[in-house]
Design a protein around this ligand. Sequence first.
Ligand SMILES: [Zn+2]
Length: 330
Amino acid sequence: MSEQRQDQVFEIAIVGRATWNLHSLNNEGTIGNVTEPRTVTLWNGDKVDGVSGEMMKHIHAFWTWLRAKEGSLPLCSACQKFQPQRADASIGDLPREMRERGREVDAMGEIIRRCVLCDLHGFFVQRPTIHRQSTIEFGWVVGVREKFHRDLHLHARHAIGSQEETTSEEEVSSEEEVSGEREAEVTAQMVYHRPTRSGIYAFVTLFQTWRIGLNEVNYTYALGNDDERKERFELALTAYEWTFKRPDGAMTTTRLPHIEGVEGLVLVAKTAVPVPLLSPLCDDYRQKLKELAERQGVEAHEFDDLLRLTEILTELRQLSPFKLSDSSQQ
Ligand SMILES: [Zn+2]
């Protein structure tokens, strides 16, 4: 029994710093013709550049969906189409009696069995009211103090035939210039401002692998087959790998990030203890986290580039998600 436990993984945290250049992965919104970058305030009032946890989770969910779709893993009718409501939009597919009040435990179990994305990323169903918290959590990705830069670039789309109205721009989107030739076609002229950011960003993410397939209405596993839990565990690891290799957020059509590097730690708890978390905003986060992890019996795997991170995630596939023991059956 104890030997078997060595092969299990309770929780995984990935913390570190990513160097992303010339991106605009997340923005506040557009007011008039100006797009505002995301800004977050740290405890001492420092304002830094940021990419929201929602955006990171969306990227992870998207890669989970793609892999599940390609691997023919179960997806509910809403997640088949990557609808953000997940189980709330596919609840009608469940047998009617399961949707009645008092049958929440059955509805929850069935949703988990039917869909890997609902299981891993969570959902909120309004009727009957059932809520599943995601097994995957992301914090804000935040610019490390004094290690990020932001520019607001002015771009212009030229209208052929009204060039006298063109204002002088420092930046002109070449796409429109090239395609603009001397055709008689009249397109709308537009001047717009878009942010471009570069920096070293601190990130934190937690994967509660022990909760894969766990029906948290009565705390029993909805998936009878352990292989299915392992398959979902591997699916989420693949999505993590793709999220770091390809953080496809906003504005990637013209601001595909220049990924320069990534460094950090992968913390792995093989017994039921929570992994310690410390922000990579602190310069000495690696040393302190390694010490904290060691005291708790948590493994800390260090990486200094994307390749090593990928190798660590690949090695983790050899393990299985931790399973709470069912004392009622003993
Ligand atoms: Zn689903």
